[in-house]
Design a protein around this ligand. Structure first.
Ligand code: 16G
Length: 541
């Protein structure tokens, strides 16, 4: 089978490229104002269709701009295992998205197909699952993507409708593994894994106590809407979802994890005195202050929980003694978390550049790998072979009851986590089950280590900035790294780095130090150097 050029040109002519804009395949796909994305999304549909033919598997395509403002939108592609599109395909996706001449669009596709043998290893038919979040531009863009998929002969597009991004990734993985892949199956798997963990709690507390109430910020988006699917079937947790979008709230405006993490403020409709017994806060002289238990704290909690059971297995079951366990972070990880993981838990910690695709890839190399970005993106991965051993080992082969229980617990954890991609729903219930199992309060969890004070700022101009060593060092413009080193040397326990954002047209500055004043001062000092050396066009106030 070859490419039907006239079919492709005819379909593509309905989606002209807006002039004068270059679309970049950023940290996680294309993102821009939703009004100018039709062409890019149509062409991403072509990429997904070809990827399906190339892998002989079902592929996913998601219309979303995650934490960006409501007027933005974007498109991401999920590979057969449910992870992000192979990075080898990103340059192709980018050149296709930016080709202004229609005849050349066919040429770009044909060249890529030939070079990569797209049809050589492939099936004669393919399938792409399409979904979107609740953004107003989503319906129109989903239709453009569908037309892109269908422009490639032999590939069908199945529109699932409104889903969270991790749900789509999960469904793609489940479809390709030949197991139940419906939205209902997704909820059932999380719920049964969670139930299995809480059923194994050594000394069950009164699970109906008010401390099991979890208040969730729905960020006025798809998460709020979908959480109700779990609410009904999750035992032992009472969910109170706020910012559901129904009272006029706007997606990601003064709400959402990104807002809370970057601004260090409560989302709207949180932080009232009435919440005091329900969520984690302390009171200072000014009133209520926020305590943020971010991706680093989640990672640390899960590492403690998993390592405890893994150690049980390693010591009792000799063929599991060599099972390896590692954690993956980015440069944004608070220095105190990395220190705790290495020195107190003795686990291997690896750094990668920002973006789930990098962390996921690294974590997949361990028998059990946990990855989290400080912003909360993350999950736990179980290597297929290790998972198979756990599943197939008969109860009698475990020397002790404790080892058998540890194996069952790890299997239950693997059900609750979304192994395709980081997923706030599964992480929420994994954290809750870990706390319940270990009989920890949120305060116990928070006390594992004390964060070093940090500050993040944004500056221009990202186009000239180049980094290396998992984004911890600048290679261009010259002189910037030594200027940063000089600023770092001025403060106690200082650390700072800068990187071009992959989702916004800014340079991100990160600084941490022994005190908040020093962290603020360091961030400001570094931002000024970026401004001066990287053709800066504006400093934050
Ligand atoms: C995207 C990435 C996230 C990363 C963030 C960085 C995925 C699913 N999401 O949201 O991992 O932390 O971008 O944004 O890959 P930035 O490049 O603007 O700092």
């Amino acid at each position: 089978m070859g490419l039907d050029a006239s079919r492709l040109i005819k379909a593509a002519s309905g989606f002209p490229l807006p002039p004068g804009i270059h679309f970049s395949y950023g940290t996680a796909g294309f993102r821009a104002d939703g009004s100018i994305l039709d062409c890019v999304v149509f062409r991403a549909g072509i990429v997904a269709a070809l990827r399906s033919l190339n892998t002989g598997s079902t592929i996913g395509l998601m219309i979303t701009a995650s934490h960006n403002p409501i007027q933005d939108n974007g498109v991401k592609i999920a590979d057969p295992n449910g992870d992000m599109l192979s990075q080898e395909w990103e340059p192709f996706a980018e050149s296709l998205a930016n080709e202004s001449n229609l005849e050349n669009v066919v040429q770009v596709v044909e060249d890529f197909m030939q070079k990569n043998g797209v049809f050589k290893v492939s099936a004669s038919s393919g399938k792409v699952l399409l979904a979107r979040d609740t953004r107003p531009s989503g319906g129109r863009l989903l239709d453009a993507a569908k037309q892109g998929v269908e422009a490639i002969a032999g590939v069908s597009a199945e529109v699932i409708g409104v889903l969270t991004t991790p749900q789509l990734h999960w469904m793609v993985r489940a479809t390709n593994r030949g197991v139940g892949a419906s939205e209902h199956d997704y909820y059932s798997q999380i719920s049964s894994g969670f139930k299995c963990i809480v059923d194994m709690i050594p000394m069950r507390k009164n699970l109906a106590s008010p401390s099991e109430l979890v208040i969730v910020d729905g960020a006025n988006g798809v998460g709020a809407m979908k959480l109700s699917g779990l609410q009904a079937i999750i035992p032992n947790v009472q969910l109170n979802v706020r910012n559901c979008g129904s009272e006029g709230g706007i997606l990601n405006e003064l709400v959402g994890a990104d807002y809370v993490q970057k601004e260090r403020k409560f989302p709207q409709n949180f932080g009232h005195a009435s919440d005091l017994t329900k969520i984690q806060k302390s009171e200072d002289a000014e009133g209520i202050t926020l305590r943020l238990l971010d991706g680093d704290k989640i990672l640390t909690l899960l590492a403690i929980f998993i390592q405890k059971h893994l150690q049980e297995l390693r010591s009792e079951v000799h063929w599991l003694s060599s099972v390896n366990f590692g954690v993956v972070q980015t440069a944004y990880a608070n220095g105190a978390s990395t220190k705790f993981l290495k020195e107190n838990l003795g686990v291997e910690v690896v750094l990668t550049p920002t973006g789930v695709k990098h962390l996921h890839h690294k974590a997949a190399q361990y028998d059990i790998g946990i990855y989290f970005e400080a912003n909360g993106h993350g999950t736990v991965l179980f290597k297929e072979e290790f998972f198979a051993v756990l599943t197939k080992t008969a109860p009698s082969e475990f020397r002790t009851e404790a080892a058998y229980k540890a194996a069952r617990l790890l299997l239950a954890i693997s059900d609750v986590v979304n192994q395709a991609i980081g997923d706030a729903f599964s992480v929420l219930f994994l954290v809750e089950s870990a706390l319940q199992y270990m009989n920890w309060t949120i305060q116990d969890w928070d006390a594992i280590y004390k964060d070093l004070p940090s500050r993040q700022l944004k500056v221009q101009d990202r186009a000239v900035l180049r980094t290396t060593n998992s984004e911890t060092k600048v290679t261009h413009p010259q002189g910037l790294q030594s200027a940063i080193d000089m600023e770092v040397a001025k403060v106690t326990c200082g650390r700072a780095f800068v990187r071009p954002s992959g989702t916004e047209d800014v340079v991100r500055v990160y600084a941490e130090a022994a005190t908040q004043d020093e962290a603020d001062c360091l961030a400001r000092g570094v931002a000024i150097h970026v401004h001066n050396l990287a053709q800066g066009v504006g400093l934050p106030p």
